[in-house]
Design a protein around this ligand. Structure first.
Ligand SMILES: Cc1cc2nc3c(=O)[nH]c(=O)nc-3n(C[C@H](O)[C@H](O)[C@H](O)COP(=O)(O)OP(=O)(O)OC[C@H]3O[C@@H](n4cnc5c(N)ncnc54)[C@H](O)[C@@H]3O)c2cc1C
Length: 373
């Protein structure tokens, strides 16, 4: 019997594994294809704030950025490459946003040293930009390190049944609590209000004779050179989905797009593409992550329809799956958000500490239920 079973060993499941094992829980981690085999394995894993004007998502990512940089540095410094990040405006609108950002952020901004400018294209140097201290983590090794104190099963979870006060997983394993960290894959629950979309992305590792020591984000992100390798990522391909498209993904055109976008910002010479990574990032329809307990939609409608279909429903009136939680919908900021969200969710599981209701999956249930006739 485990205290907690986590399903999905991407950055969300791995960060949960770390928090829960640190809190003394006996944890089993399941992934059908291995640790960091989903979107997390494809990520460039840049740790960066969101360069936008005000908004709850920007604030959340800002707080997560500050928290996660300290978290990775304190516990996994060997897997974090701290490096300055230059974020360059893509167009005039972006330039106005960056001007606003620079005036209002409490992060320490730097001026770009002349020696860093030699690798940039003239057009990039002419644009508005923000330069600050940030980092990049090693995606796969980080997930492995976070989850190392769990019992890991490479196994697809096909059945999840609650009986006599505990969860039975694949008819063989039992746990008091279950955390679903399944990313853009099919959810195990068949709850119609949980709709996550997977946005396809492609990242490449290259070798180049151009030596670069900082991250550059403009049309795509280019990493600093780490052990002779530079990462370029990622595309956002909303038209391709591995389960929906009949044609296979065109790796060559993905590579060409990445290189063409990177070369608009940087002078990169003698390029050799050495590896491709592709995957889906899972995002919610209001772009905010989903963490917390999961509402049982049919049971809640059956018992409490009147309390659900009001202007501002009280989520405490909904019925939830017992001891079942989810963590998902990090979009393009999985490695920034996961340590911060996992801390919140693990405190909910262990100490019943309240989570901001704006992050609750219940918000989607409330919207879905209101639309029912
Ligand atoms: C190309 C690309 C570049 C990116 N770059 C960055 C970046 O620079 N910085 C950043 O912060 N974020 C980045 N992201 C986003 C980030 O990768 C995602 O937000 C993050 O990976 C989401 O993690 P996850 O754990 O929710 O999902 P995933 O990593 O997809 O993990 C879900 C796991 O669940 C497993 N699973 C699903 N169903 C089952 C089941 N029934 N049984 C067993 N296992 C199951 C899957 O095998 C998978 O491994 C990028 C994403 C992509 C695709």
């Amino acid at each position: 019997m485990y205290d907690v079973v986590i399903i999905g060993a991407g950055i969300n499941g791995s960060a949960m594994a770390y928090e829960l094992t640190q809190k003394g829980k006996k944890v089993a981690l399941f992934d059908m294809a291995g640790i960091a085999s989903g979107g997390s394995g494809a990520a460039g894993a840049f740790i960066s704030p969101k360069f936008s004007k005000e908004g709850e998502l920007k604030e959340l990512i800002h707080d997560a950025f500050v928290y996660s940089m300290k978290f990775y540095e304190s516990h996994f410094a060997h897997l974090l490459k701290k490096s300055p990040l230059l974020h360059i405006a893509k167009d005039e609108k972006d330039s106005q946003t960056l001007k606003y950002y620079k005036l209002h952020t409490d992060l320490q901004l730097k001026s770009l040293p002349a020696k860093f400018q030699k690798n940039l294209q003239n057009q990039a140097l002419e644009q508005e930009s923000v330069f600050l201290e940030a980092g990049v983590v090693h995606a796969k090794l980080m997930c492995e390190a976070l989850s190392k104190s769990t019992t890991f099963f490479q196994q697809e979870v096909k059945s999840l049944v609650y009986a006599d006060g505990s969860w039975i997983i694949n008819e063989s394993y039992t746990a008091k609590d279950v955390v679903l960290a399944t990313g853009a894959y099919k959810t195990l629950l068949h709850e119609p209000y949980i709709e996550l979309r997977g946005v396809w992305g492609h990242r490449i590792d290259i070798k180049t004779s151009t030596h670069n020591r900082f991250s550059i984000h403009q049309f795509v992100s280019v990493s600093p050179e780490i052990d002779g390798v530079t990462a370029i990522g990622a595309t956002h391909n909303v038209h391709y989905h591995p389960q929906k498209n009949k044609e296979p993904y065109n790796i060559e055109s993905g590579r060409a797009e990445l290189l063409q976008k990177a070369l608009k910002s940087m002078k990169l010479e003698d390029i050799e593409v050495i590896k491709d990574y592709t995957g889906l990032r899972s995002g919610s329809f209001d772009y905010m992550p989903l963490i917390g307990q999961v509402v049982m939609s049919q049971e809640t409608l059956a018992c409490c329809k009147k309390k659900v279909r009001v202007k501002r429903p009280d989520y405490a009136n909904f019925l939830y799956y017992p001891n079942l939680y989810m963590i998902n919908g990090n979009g393009g900021y999985g490695f920034v958000l996961a340590p911060y969200l996992a801390k919140m969710l693990s405190e909910k599981i262990v100490s019943d500490k309240e989570i901001n209701p704006r992050l609750s999956p219940a918000r989607f249930f409330a919207r879905w239920a209101k639309k029912l006739t």
